[in-house]
Design a protein around this ligand. Sequence first.
Ligand SMILES: N[C@H](CCC[C@H](N)C(=O)O)C(=O)O
Length: 295
Amino acid sequence: MIPFEKYNGTDNDFVVIEAADATTIPNLSEFAVEHCDRSDGLGADREGATTGADGVLVLDVDADAEPVRVEMTLYQPDGGTAAMCGNGARVVAAWAHERTGETDFVIETGAGDRAATVEKAESGEFVVSVEMGEPAFSPGDVPLAESYDEPIIEEDIGELTVTAVNTGVPHAVAFVEDVDAVELDAVAPATRHADAFPEGANVNLAAVDGDGFRQRTFERGVEGETKACGTGAVAIAAVARRLGHTDEDAIRVSPPGGDLDIRVPDEGPAILRGPVAFEYADRVDPLGDALGGGF
Ligand SMILES: N[C@H](CCC[C@H](N)C(=O)O)C(=O)O
Protein backbone atom coordinates (compact mmCIF):
# COMPACT_ATOMS: atom_id res chain seq x y z
CA MET A 1 0.00 0.00 0.00
CA ILE A 2 1.22 3.52 -0.78
CA PRO A 3 0.17 6.85 0.83
CA PHE A 4 -1.81 9.50 -1.04
CA GLU A 5 -3.45 12.80 -0.11
CA LYS A 6 -6.62 14.33 -1.54
CA TYR A 7 -6.76 18.09 -2.11
CA ASN A 8 -8.96 20.44 -4.07
CA GLY A 9 -8.62 23.91 -5.55
CA THR A 10 -12.15 25.44 -5.62
CA ASP A 11 -13.48 21.83 -5.70
CA ASN A 12 -11.33 20.84 -8.72
CA ASP A 13 -10.04 17.81 -6.84
CA PHE A 14 -6.88 15.76 -7.14
CA VAL A 15 -5.26 12.63 -5.71
CA VAL A 16 -1.64 13.54 -4.84
CA ILE A 17 1.09 10.87 -4.87
CA GLU A 18 4.82 11.40 -4.30
CA ALA A 19 6.93 10.32 -7.31
CA ALA A 20 8.93 7.76 -5.29
CA ASP A 21 5.69 6.00 -4.29
CA ALA A 22 4.32 6.27 -7.84
CA THR A 23 7.20 4.13 -9.15
CA THR A 24 5.42 1.13 -7.56
CA ILE A 25 2.35 1.71 -9.79
CA PRO A 26 2.78 -0.41 -12.94
CA ASN A 27 0.50 1.75 -15.12
CA LEU A 28 -0.30 5.29 -13.97
CA SER A 29 -2.84 5.83 -16.76
CA GLU A 30 -4.87 2.80 -15.71
CA PHE A 31 -4.42 3.82 -12.06
CA ALA A 32 -5.93 7.25 -12.85
CA VAL A 33 -8.84 5.77 -14.82
CA GLU A 34 -9.67 3.41 -11.92
CA HIS A 35 -9.23 5.78 -9.00
CA CYS A 36 -10.69 8.98 -10.51
CA ASP A 37 -13.96 7.20 -11.29
CA ARG A 38 -16.82 9.21 -9.73
CA SER A 39 -18.93 6.11 -9.06
CA ASP A 40 -16.44 3.76 -7.37
CA GLY A 41 -13.08 5.52 -7.30
CA LEU A 42 -10.99 6.54 -4.28
CA GLY A 43 -13.06 7.78 -1.34
CA ALA A 44 -16.15 5.73 -2.24
CA ASP A 45 -15.90 3.86 1.09
CA ARG A 46 -15.00 6.96 3.12
CA GLU A 47 -17.63 8.81 5.14
CA GLY A 48 -18.11 12.37 3.87
CA ALA A 49 -15.42 12.12 1.15
CA THR A 50 -16.04 12.89 -2.51
CA THR A 51 -15.64 9.76 -4.65
CA GLY A 52 -13.08 9.86 -7.44
CA ALA A 53 -11.13 12.89 -8.63
CA ASP A 54 -10.46 15.21 -11.56
CA GLY A 55 -6.95 13.79 -11.81
CA VAL A 56 -3.90 12.23 -10.18
CA LEU A 57 -0.92 14.53 -9.52
CA VAL A 58 2.45 12.76 -9.31
CA LEU A 59 4.90 15.12 -7.59
CA ASP A 60 8.67 15.03 -7.35
CA VAL A 61 9.93 17.60 -4.84
CA ASP A 62 13.51 18.95 -4.67
CA ALA A 63 13.54 20.42 -1.17
CA ASP A 64 17.23 21.36 -1.44
CA ALA A 65 16.58 23.79 -4.32
CA GLU A 66 16.18 27.49 -3.53
CA PRO A 67 13.28 28.11 -4.01
CA VAL A 68 11.97 24.57 -3.57
CA ARG A 69 11.09 22.98 -6.95
CA VAL A 70 8.32 20.45 -7.57
CA GLU A 71 7.95 18.53 -10.83
CA MET A 72 4.24 18.00 -11.49
CA THR A 73 2.67 15.38 -13.78
CA LEU A 74 -1.13 15.24 -14.17
CA TYR A 75 -2.83 11.96 -15.12
CA GLN A 76 -6.44 12.64 -16.10
CA PRO A 77 -9.53 10.43 -15.60
CA ASP A 78 -9.34 9.30 -19.25
CA GLY A 79 -5.80 8.03 -18.62
CA GLY A 80 -4.17 10.81 -20.61
CA THR A 81 -1.85 13.52 -19.32
CA ALA A 82 -1.99 17.30 -19.74
CA ALA A 83 0.86 19.81 -19.94
CA MET A 84 -0.57 22.12 -17.29
CA CYS A 85 -3.29 22.38 -14.68
CA GLY A 86 -3.86 25.69 -12.95
CA ASN A 87 -5.81 24.43 -9.95
CA GLY A 88 -3.55 21.39 -9.81
CA ALA A 89 -0.50 23.67 -9.60
CA ARG A 90 -2.14 25.53 -6.73
CA VAL A 91 -2.68 22.18 -4.95
CA VAL A 92 1.00 21.34 -5.56
CA ALA A 93 2.13 24.51 -3.77
CA ALA A 94 -0.12 23.81 -0.76
CA TRP A 95 1.10 20.18 -0.61
CA ALA A 96 4.75 21.35 -0.81
CA HIS A 97 4.11 23.99 1.89
CA GLU A 98 2.82 21.27 4.21
CA ARG A 99 5.97 19.23 3.51
CA THR A 100 8.64 21.91 3.66
CA GLY A 101 7.16 24.87 5.52
CA GLU A 102 8.22 27.07 2.59
CA THR A 103 5.81 29.49 0.92
CA ASP A 104 7.47 30.11 -2.47
CA PHE A 105 7.95 27.36 -5.06
CA VAL A 106 8.81 26.73 -8.70
CA ILE A 107 6.49 24.15 -10.22
CA GLU A 108 7.93 22.31 -13.23
CA THR A 109 5.05 21.63 -15.65
CA GLY A 110 4.81 20.46 -19.25
CA ALA A 111 4.04 24.06 -20.16
CA GLY A 112 7.18 25.38 -18.41
CA ASP A 113 8.27 26.48 -14.93
CA ARG A 114 5.59 28.29 -12.92
CA ALA A 115 6.25 30.35 -9.75
CA ALA A 116 3.74 29.74 -6.97
CA THR A 117 3.18 31.33 -3.56
CA VAL A 118 1.22 30.02 -0.58
CA GLU A 119 -0.20 33.09 1.17
CA LYS A 120 -1.80 31.69 4.30
CA ALA A 121 -2.97 28.50 5.88
CA GLU A 122 -5.96 28.79 8.21
CA SER A 123 -8.13 25.91 9.37
CA GLY A 124 -6.73 23.69 6.62
CA GLU A 125 -7.50 26.23 3.91
CA PHE A 126 -4.71 27.88 1.90
CA VAL A 127 -4.74 30.82 -0.52
CA VAL A 128 -2.36 30.05 -3.35
CA SER A 129 -1.24 32.11 -6.35
CA VAL A 130 0.42 30.59 -9.41
CA GLU A 131 1.93 32.20 -12.49
CA MET A 132 0.15 30.99 -15.64
CA GLY A 133 2.34 32.25 -18.49
CA GLU A 134 1.05 34.65 -21.15
CA PRO A 135 -2.30 33.65 -22.73
CA ALA A 136 -1.61 32.91 -26.42
CA PHE A 137 -4.15 33.30 -29.23
CA SER A 138 -1.98 32.56 -32.28
CA PRO A 139 -2.82 29.42 -34.35
CA GLY A 140 0.56 27.85 -33.61
CA ASP A 141 0.18 28.35 -29.85
CA VAL A 142 -3.39 27.18 -29.22
CA PRO A 143 -2.78 25.01 -31.40
CA LEU A 144 -5.20 25.29 -34.33
CA ALA A 145 -5.38 23.14 -37.47
CA GLU A 146 -2.98 23.94 -40.34
CA SER A 147 -5.82 25.60 -42.29
CA TYR A 148 -5.98 28.45 -39.74
CA ASP A 149 -3.58 31.32 -40.30
CA GLU A 150 -5.56 33.68 -38.06
CA PRO A 151 -6.67 33.30 -34.42
CA ILE A 152 -10.19 32.00 -33.74
CA ILE A 153 -12.05 35.03 -32.37
CA GLU A 154 -15.82 34.56 -31.84
CA GLU A 155 -16.19 31.86 -34.52
CA ASP A 156 -18.87 29.15 -34.68
CA ILE A 157 -17.11 25.87 -33.84
CA GLY A 158 -19.53 23.01 -33.20
CA GLU A 159 -22.61 24.43 -31.48
CA LEU A 160 -20.86 27.35 -29.78
CA THR A 161 -19.40 30.69 -30.84
CA VAL A 162 -15.91 30.53 -29.33
CA THR A 163 -12.59 32.30 -29.01
CA ALA A 164 -9.53 29.99 -28.77
CA VAL A 165 -6.58 30.62 -26.43
CA ASN A 166 -3.78 28.60 -24.85
CA THR A 167 -3.27 29.15 -21.12
CA GLY A 168 -0.93 26.18 -20.70
CA VAL A 169 -3.49 23.91 -22.41
CA PRO A 170 -5.94 24.63 -25.26
CA HIS A 171 -9.21 26.38 -24.38
CA ALA A 172 -12.32 27.43 -26.33
CA VAL A 173 -14.34 30.17 -24.59
CA ALA A 174 -17.99 30.94 -25.43
CA PHE A 175 -19.57 34.06 -23.88
CA VAL A 176 -23.31 33.46 -23.34
CA GLU A 177 -26.14 35.29 -21.59
CA ASP A 178 -26.63 32.69 -18.86
CA VAL A 179 -24.17 29.81 -18.26
CA ASP A 180 -26.89 27.82 -16.46
CA ALA A 181 -29.19 27.92 -19.48
CA VAL A 182 -26.79 25.82 -21.60
CA GLU A 183 -26.80 21.98 -21.62
CA LEU A 184 -22.98 21.94 -21.45
CA ASP A 185 -22.52 18.14 -21.57
CA ALA A 186 -24.69 18.07 -24.71
CA VAL A 187 -23.13 20.95 -26.64
CA ALA A 188 -19.46 20.77 -25.54
CA PRO A 189 -18.25 17.57 -27.29
CA ALA A 190 -18.65 18.99 -30.84
CA THR A 191 -16.31 21.87 -29.93
CA ARG A 192 -14.04 19.72 -27.71
CA HIS A 193 -13.33 17.37 -30.65
CA ALA A 194 -13.61 19.88 -33.55
CA ASP A 195 -11.11 19.56 -36.44
CA ALA A 196 -10.03 23.13 -35.62
CA PHE A 197 -8.27 21.78 -32.53
CA PRO A 198 -5.74 19.03 -33.42
CA GLU A 199 -4.99 18.53 -29.69
CA GLY A 200 -8.62 18.99 -28.68
CA ALA A 201 -9.78 21.80 -26.39
CA ASN A 202 -11.33 22.41 -23.01
CA VAL A 203 -14.71 24.08 -23.53
CA ASN A 204 -15.71 27.03 -21.32
CA LEU A 205 -18.97 28.95 -20.96
CA ALA A 206 -18.66 32.48 -19.58
CA ALA A 207 -21.22 35.14 -18.69
CA VAL A 208 -20.96 38.64 -17.23
CA ASP A 209 -21.70 38.47 -13.49
CA GLY A 210 -21.56 41.93 -11.90
CA ASP A 211 -17.95 43.07 -12.07
CA GLY A 212 -16.75 39.55 -12.82
CA PHE A 213 -17.72 36.48 -14.85
CA ARG A 214 -19.45 33.14 -14.19
CA GLN A 215 -17.61 30.05 -15.48
CA ARG A 216 -18.59 26.52 -16.44
CA THR A 217 -16.01 24.17 -18.03
CA PHE A 218 -16.23 20.86 -19.88
CA GLU A 219 -12.69 19.55 -19.45
CA ARG A 220 -10.60 17.64 -21.99
CA GLY A 221 -9.29 14.51 -20.30
CA VAL A 222 -12.10 14.50 -17.77
CA GLU A 223 -14.55 14.41 -20.66
CA GLY A 224 -17.12 16.15 -18.52
CA GLU A 225 -17.86 19.26 -16.48
CA THR A 226 -15.64 19.99 -13.47
CA LYS A 227 -16.46 22.25 -10.51
CA ALA A 228 -13.57 24.54 -11.48
CA CYS A 229 -10.78 24.79 -14.06
CA GLY A 230 -7.87 27.13 -13.41
CA THR A 231 -6.50 27.33 -16.94
CA GLY A 232 -10.13 27.84 -18.02
CA ALA A 233 -10.61 30.76 -15.63
CA VAL A 234 -7.48 32.43 -17.01
CA ALA A 235 -8.77 31.74 -20.54
CA ILE A 236 -12.07 33.46 -19.72
CA ALA A 237 -10.29 36.49 -18.25
CA ALA A 238 -7.95 36.77 -21.25
CA VAL A 239 -10.80 36.43 -23.76
CA ALA A 240 -12.96 38.90 -21.80
CA ARG A 241 -10.19 41.49 -22.18
CA ARG A 242 -9.60 40.60 -25.85
CA LEU A 243 -13.32 41.00 -26.64
CA GLY A 244 -13.65 44.19 -24.60
CA HIS A 245 -15.98 42.74 -21.93
CA THR A 246 -13.65 44.35 -19.39
CA ASP A 247 -10.62 46.62 -19.41
CA GLU A 248 -9.59 45.62 -15.89
CA ASP A 249 -6.49 43.50 -15.42
CA ALA A 250 -7.73 42.09 -12.09
CA ILE A 251 -10.77 39.92 -12.84
CA ARG A 252 -12.94 37.67 -10.65
CA VAL A 253 -14.02 34.45 -12.39
CA SER A 254 -16.56 32.26 -10.58
CA PRO A 255 -16.83 28.56 -11.47
CA PRO A 256 -19.34 26.46 -9.46
CA GLY A 257 -16.55 25.52 -6.99
CA GLY A 258 -15.78 29.06 -5.81
CA ASP A 259 -14.27 32.42 -6.79
CA LEU A 260 -10.90 32.73 -8.50
CA ASP A 261 -8.91 35.99 -8.77
CA ILE A 262 -7.17 36.35 -12.11
CA ARG A 263 -4.61 38.96 -13.13
CA VAL A 264 -4.08 39.41 -16.88
CA PRO A 265 -1.60 42.29 -17.24
CA ASP A 266 -0.91 43.94 -20.63
CA GLU A 267 2.61 42.47 -20.44
CA GLY A 268 3.90 39.45 -18.58
CA PRO A 269 2.35 36.30 -17.15
CA ALA A 270 -1.22 35.91 -15.96
CA ILE A 271 -1.71 35.04 -12.28
CA LEU A 272 -4.31 32.60 -10.89
CA ARG A 273 -5.17 33.00 -7.18
CA GLY A 274 -7.67 31.18 -5.00
CA PRO A 275 -8.34 28.75 -2.14
CA VAL A 276 -6.93 25.23 -1.76
CA ALA A 277 -8.27 22.74 0.77
CA PHE A 278 -6.79 19.51 2.12
CA GLU A 279 -9.49 16.81 2.14
CA TYR A 280 -7.93 13.64 3.62
CA ALA A 281 -4.96 11.25 3.58
CA ASP A 282 -5.18 7.49 3.05
CA ARG A 283 -3.33 4.56 1.47
CA VAL A 284 -4.02 2.72 -1.80
CA ASP A 285 -2.93 -0.56 -3.39
CA PRO A 286 -0.59 0.45 -6.25
CA LEU A 287 -1.71 -2.58 -8.22
CA GLY A 288 -5.40 -1.63 -7.90
CA ASP A 289 -8.31 -3.87 -8.90
CA ALA A 290 -7.87 -3.34 -12.64
CA LEU A 291 -4.41 -4.91 -12.45
CA GLY A 292 -5.47 -7.93 -10.39
CA GLY A 293 -4.31 -6.31 -7.13
CA GLY A 294 -6.57 -4.77 -4.53
CA PHE A 295 -6.92 -7.97 -2.46
N1 LIG B 1 -8.28 19.12 -18.53
C1 LIG B 1 -7.20 20.05 -18.85
C2 LIG B 1 -6.05 19.95 -17.84
C3 LIG B 1 -6.49 20.29 -16.47
C4 LIG B 1 -6.88 21.72 -16.42
C5 LIG B 1 -7.70 22.13 -15.23
N2 LIG B 1 -7.96 21.12 -14.23
C6 LIG B 1 -7.05 23.33 -14.60
O1 LIG B 1 -7.24 23.58 -13.41
O2 LIG B 1 -6.34 24.06 -15.35
C7 LIG B 1 -6.63 19.67 -20.21
O3 LIG B 1 -6.60 18.50 -20.56
O4 LIG B 1 -6.19 20.59 -20.90
